[in-house]
Ligand binder design. Structure first.
Ligand SMILES: Cc1cc2nc3c(=O)[nH]c(=O)nc-3n(C[C@H](O)[C@H](O)[C@H](O)COP(=O)(O)OP(=O)(O)OC[C@H]3O[C@@H](n4cnc5c(N)ncnc54)[C@H](O)[C@@H]3O)c2cc1C
Length: 440
C-alpha cells in the first residue's frame, strides 16, 4: 500500500510538495480552505486574457520553477514583459532604471550618490545572495533598510527611490526590510527580465497538484498524533472531516501553524510567531488594449500622502486576436490599514480618484472597463525583516522541525517571498518528509 500524506494548504508550496511526493509513489491529499488551488497565485480570466490578482510575473532566475514548467511545456506560454518602471514625485513621473535614476531629476545629486555604494555592496556580497538559500545572506541581517540611510540625502534616497519600490512591488516598508533583503533585490533587479504567462500563472500550481486528491473549501482545524500516524481534522460545510495520514506537510502561511499544531515547542512557537505579513488590496480594470497606453508601472512615495502605492498597466493576450490591457491600482499602507472598513465599491472609487494625476499616462480618454476585479490580501507577503535571515539559517540547520517526526513545513516565509521560494520550499519539505519516513 502506498503511504498516505496530507498536505495542508494548496498554494504553490503545497502543490510543489504534492508533485514531488506523488512522483515518489505516495498517495497525497491536499486540503485547501479556498475553493481553488494556487493560494496567492490567482488568475482571473477575461475572454482568455489572464488578470493576475496575486503573483504576476517570474524571472529566469526561478530555476526550480522553470525546470518544472519546461518538463510540462508550460514554459512555452511565457512571454517577456517589456514595461518600464517609474516613480512619481511632485506630480512628475520619471523612469527608474539604474541609468535613468542617475540621469533624471527624481532625486537630487546628494541622494543619487547613495546608488553607487549600494551597488558596490551588492556586488561585494554577490555570492552570498542566493534566492534558493536566503540564510546565506544572514551576515547582512543586522539592520533595516531605514537604518542604512539616516543622513538627509540618505533619507531622500530612501523615501523617493527605495520605499516606493518596496511598497509598490512587495507591500513592504523599509522599516520591516532587512539590509540582506535589499541586497538580494538589487541582485535580482540586475540579473533577469520578467515574464508573464498566457492563460495565467495559476496553471502552474494546478499542474503540480493534478495527481493529488483535492479537498477544496476545507479548513484544517488541528492535527492530532495517533498510534499509527496522524489525524488531520478539517471543517467542511459546518461538519468535521477527519483524514488519516502517515505524514503531514503544513504549507500554510506561518501564522496558521500554531493554530493547527497545539503541541509545538517554545522554539517552534517563537519561530512561527516571529513571521509577520504585509497586507494589501488592489483593483484590476481590464480594457481593450487600444484604450490604454503601453506597458508600465508607476510607484508613489508614502511621504506624498497618496492612497496609492502603485499603478500598473500591462497588456494581456486574450482569445483569438483580442488583446486587452489591465490597469491595477494598489492601495498604499495607509489605506490598507483601514481596508476592513471599506466596501469594494468604496475601495475602487478611492483608488480611481487617487490615480487621476497619472490617468492620461495610462488610459486614452475615459473608457469603460470590460471587467473589474477587487482583491484583498490579509497576508500578502512575509516581511523579511531584521532577524529573519538568522532564523532561516536555524531552520536550514534543522533546528526548528522535530527531526524524528514525519511532519514538515513549507511556504514562502521559509523559501523566499516569491514563487521560486514557495516552490523550492515545497520540494525541500517533501524531500525531508520522504527521508524521515524511509528512516522509520
Ligand atoms: C499581490 C501579490 C503579488 C505578488 N507578485 C509576485 C510576483 O510577481 N512574482 C513572484 O514570484 N511572487 C509574487 N508574489 C508572491 C507569491 O505569490 C508567493 O510568494 C507565493 O505564491 C506563496 O506561496 P505559498 O504556497 O507559500 O503560500 P500561499 O499561496 O499563501 O498558500 C498557502 C495556502 O494555505 C491555505 N490555508 C491556510 N490556512 C489553511 C487551513 N487552516 N486549512 C487549509 N488550507 C489553509 C491558504 O488558503 C493558501 O492557499 C506576490 C504575492 C502577492 C500577494
Amino acid at each position: 500500500m502506498p503511504r498516505k500524506i496530507v498536505i495542508i494548504g494548496g498554494g504553490l508550496a503545497g502543490a510543489a510538495a504534492a508533485h514531488t511526493l506523488t512522483r515518489r509513489g505516495y498517495k497525497v491529499t491536499i486540503i485547501e480552505r479556498r475553493n481553488y488551488v494556487g493560494g496567492r497565485i490567482h488568475s482571473e480570466l477575461v475572454d482568455g486574457a489572464a488578470v493576475e490578482m496575486g503573483a504576476g510575473f517570474l524571472t529566469k532566475g526561478y530555476t526550480n520553477l522553470l525546470g518544472f514548467m519546461t518538463e510540462y511545456r508550460l514554459d512555452q506560454r511565457l512571454y517577456r514583459q517589456h514595461g518600464s518602471s517609474a516613480i512619481s514625485r511632485d506630480g512628475n513621473v520619471r523612469a527608474v532604471t539604474p541609468r535613468a535614476l542617475l540621469g533624471n531629476r527624481v532625486l537630487s545629486w546628494g541622494a543619487k550618490a547613495h546608488v553607487l555604494p549600494l551597488l558596490l555592496k551588492t556586488f561585494a556580497s554577490w555570492t552570498d545572495l542566493d534566492i534558493h538559500a536566503f540564510w546565506r545572506a544572514d551576515k547582512y541581517d543586522e539592520r533595516s533598510v531605514t537604518d542604512m540611510f539616516t543622513s538627509q540625502s540618505g533619507k531622500e534616497f530612501l523615501e523617493y527611490a527605495l520605499q516606493p519600490m518596496l511598497n509598490g512591488y512587495f507591500y513592504w516598508t523599509p522599516e520591516h526590510t532587512s539590509e540582506a533583503m535589499l541586497r538580494i533585490l538589487c541582485k535580482t533587479a540586475f540579473s533577469h527580465g520578467t515574464y508573464k504567462m498566457e492563460g495565467g500563472l495559476q496553471q502552474i500550481p494546478e499542474k503540480a497538484a493534478e495527481k493529488s486528491e483535492l479537498l477544496l473549501g476545507h479548513t484544517v482545524m488541528r492535527v492530532e498524533q495517533t498510534p499509527t500516524g496522524y489525524s488531520v481534522i478539517a471543517e467542511y460545510g459546518g461538519k468535521e472531516q477527519i483524514v488519516q495520514a502517515d505524514g503531514v506537510i503544513c504549507a500554510t502561511t506561518a501564522t496558521v501553524v500554531p493554530e493547527i499544531f497545539s503541541d509545538l515547542t517554545d522554539l517552534q512557537k517563537n519561530f512561527f510567531k516571529s513571521v509577520q505579513y504585509s497586507s494589501g488590496a488592489l483593483t484590476a480594470r481590464t480594457y481593450r488594449q487600444d484604450q490604454t497606453r503601453g506597458d508600465r508601472a508607476i510607484a508613489f512615495p508614502r511621504v506624498e500622502g497618496t492612497e496609492l502605492s502603485a499603478v500598473t498597466l500591462s497588456p494581456e493576450p486574450g482569445s483569438g486576436n483580442a488583446t486587452y490591457a489591465t490597469v491595477k491600482t494598489y492601495a498604499s499602507g495607509a489605506i490598507a490599514a483601514k481596508l476592513g472598513g471599506l466596501s469594494d465599491r468604496e475601495l475602487q472609487d478611492s483608488l480611481a480618484a487617487a490615480m487621476s494625476p497619472v490617468h492620461d499616462l495610462v488610459l486614452v480618454g475615459k473608457p469603460r472597463p470590460v471587467a473589474t476585479h477587487v482583491q484583498r490580501w490579509q497576508e500578502a507577503l512575509p516581511f523579511f525583516d531584521v532577524g529573519h535571515f538568522k532564523r532561516l539559517r536555524q531552520f536550514a540547520n534543522g533546528g526548528i522541525e522535530d527531526q524524528n517526526q514525519p511532519v514538515t513545513f513549507a511556504g514562502d516565509y521559509i523559501g523566499g517571498p516569491f514563487m521560486e521560494g514557495a516552490f523550492t520550499s515545497g520540494i525541500q519539505a517533501a524531500e525531508r518528509l520522504d527521508a524521515r519516513l524511509r528512516n522509520e
